[in-house]
Design a protein around this ligand. Structure first.
Ligand code: AMP
Length: 114
């Protein structure tokens, strides 16, 4: 049994509001949404953060961004736009140690992020 929360959502051991799944990645709605659309796109294989990334993950990262863009279209975010966020480590506020791309949209956002 995995200790990792997102591995457990991916395996179905913990229920998640899954909006997309394929052999490489899973996307599910954030449990504490920070925007009308807040979806997390995660690799099925455990990867802690971008700090662990190497050449091997390059195609996977491209695929994750492609799926994020497709989900944004499905969520009707094309016209208004959206934000893709990756937090790495404590200074960025990463709270789950399984790489995830946040897809946020449906409201106007400020910059710089807090
Ligand atoms: P981060 O702070 O970048 O590590 O983001 C982790 C995200 O995971 C936060 O936005 C949390 O709200 C979200 N989260 C934590 N537990 C769950 C869960 N069980 N299902 C869906 N999202 C979760």
């Amino acid at each position: 049994m995995s200790e990792c929360l997102f591995c457990r959502i991916i395996s179905g051991e913990i229920a998640g509001n899954v909006v997309y799944r394929d052999e490489q990645l899973t996307a599910f709605r954030d449990i504490n949404p920070q925007a009308p659309t807040h979806v997390l796109i995660v690799p099925n294989e455990h990867l802690t953060s971008t700090a662990e990334m190497g050449q091997q993950q390059v195609p996977l990262m491209g695929r994750i961004v492609q799926v994020a863009a497709e989900l944004a279209r499905q969520e009707g975010l094309q016209a208004g736009g959206y934000r893709l966020v990756v937090n790495t480590g404590p200074d960025a506020g990463q709270s789950v140690g399984h790489f995830h791309l946040h897809l946020l949209g449906g409201r106007r956002m400020g910059w710089p992020p807090g």
